[in-house]
Design a protein around this ligand. Structure first.
Ligand code: AMP
Length: 299
């Protein structure tokens, strides 16, 4: 695809470019923190099919990192990312400095409600407020658009869908499937931190989800045994488990007894020094290891 990618760094340049592009078609927006992999690029490609003009952003947002988290060492590769975005079909890259997104005197934060109470919420205090705030700023600049997010960060997706509705933003927030490595590990910029032995162990997350998925498909509807199937794998590979949780796929409130038509089974744990997350929506998503089985069948 012979597309050209323009990079802008000033918020008002982003707004002007979007206003101009909107005169001749629809805009799709893909916000990221960079260190791009196939998961991110799948969002850009999905954006291409839904709009005439694709905007991506790269911003490692300081307000969504806790004091003991990896903000300083988060991988950054703007030159490599720019090439990847161009070949995936993005038209515009917004790559601002922190000082323009959080200039002196700014103080407004977007508070998240019940959707932030469980899963990552308690383990990353302030994280979703930081995400909500930066995405609200970005949506304010991009304007009317479809915004594409990955279901890898399922809780984030649900929170952002809620915010767009609650704040009457002219943005449709859409979620796309998790892209996985050949062995089932969900792609993540943070996978680059994994030492080889940790990388091997990290397979346990998708393996646990897959065991639970199979039990659900066979008709198991009790929450405890489903959760325990995932936990049994995660316990073997994790150095610390934040949670293995089964929650309602819309309200994100815990399910303690029977699962209804669909439920989110989500994991967050530490393997070595790396915090990993993964999930599957039972009753909706395919087996997290389905593509592996397909590859195996092909030999
Ligand atoms: P990040 O750069 O990690 O903030 O992610 C930017 C966007 O890419 C978010 O919407 C993520 O959910 C999405 N994303 C990250 N990893 C994956 C993946 N493996 N598959 C699909 N989407 C992903």
């Amino acid at each position: 695809m012979a597309e050209t990618l323009t990079t802008v760094r000033a918020p008002l340049e982003l707004r002007e470019a979007c206003n101009l592009a909107r005169k001749s078609g629809k805009i799709a927006f893909v916000p990221t923190m960079g260190a791009l992999h196939e998961g991110h690029l799948s969002l850009v490609r999905a954006a291409r099919t839904r709009a005439d003009f694709v905007v991506a952003s790269i911003f490692v947002n300081p307000t969504q990192f806790g004091p003991n988290e990896d903000f300083a060492r988060y991988p950054r590769d703007i030159a490599g990312d720019t090439k990847k975005l161009a070949s995936a079909g993005a038209n515009l890259l917004f790559a601002p400095d922190a000082s323009v997104m959080y200039p002196a005197g700014e103080e407004t934060r977007v508070r998240v409600g019940a959707l932030g109470e469980h899963l990552c919420g308690p383990f990353r205090p302030g994280h979703f407020e930081g995400v909500a705030t930066i995405v609200a700023k970005l949506f304010g600049l991009v304007g009317e658009s479809v915004a594409i997010f990955g279901r890898k960060d399922y809780q984030q997706l649900k929170i952002l869908q809620r915010i767009a509705v609650d704040l009457f933003m002219p943005v449709e927030v859409v979620g796309m499937p998790i892209v996985r490595e050949a062995d089932g590990l969900a792609m993540s910029s943070r996978n680059a931190y994994l030492a080889p032995a940790d990388r091997d162990r990290a397979r346990g997350l998708s393996l646990g989800l897959s065991h639970a998925w199979r039990a659900f498909e066979k008709g198991e509807r009790d929450a405890e045994p489903i959760k325990n199937l995932a936990l049994a794998e995660v316990i073997q590979v994790a150095d610390r488990i934040d949670y293995v949780s089964l929650v309602d796929a819309d309200s994100l409130q815990p399910i303690t007894e029977k699962i209804g038509a669909r439920a989110l089974l989500a994991i967050a744990c530490h393997v070595g020094k790396t915090r990993l997350i993964d999930n599957v929506v039972l009753g909706e998503d395919p087996d997290p290891r389905a593509s592996m089985d397909a590859r195996g069948a092909e030999g």
